[in-house]
Design a protein around this ligand. Structure first.
Ligand code: ZN
Length: 74
């Protein structure tokens, strides 16, 4: 199952790499958003995980940078 908002797997905590791949950006961009407090994240085992709910909220707000999955379909 994939989330209808961000298109990521429906997990509570998403790996930065998974989200980066989904949006075609770099993990660095996402880590910067976590640091700025735009997206909630936690460090688990030396790796950042993104709070799915806060990612969805961010995608809804910033659909320019993070286009919705539907818009990315060919
Ligand atoms: Zn989502």
């Amino acid at each position: 199952m994939r989330c209808k908002v961000c298109g990521c797997p429906e997990l509570r905590w998403l790996r930065v790499g998974t989200v980066a791949q989904q949006f075609g950006c770099t993990p660095k961009v996402l880590r910067r958003l976590i640091k700025k407090g735009e997206i909630d994240g936690v460090r688990i085992g030396g790796e950042w995980r993104i709070d799915h709910q806060s990612l969805d909220d961010y995608v809804r707000k910033d659909s320019v940078r993070f286009s919705l999955p539907e818009a990315r379909q060919p």
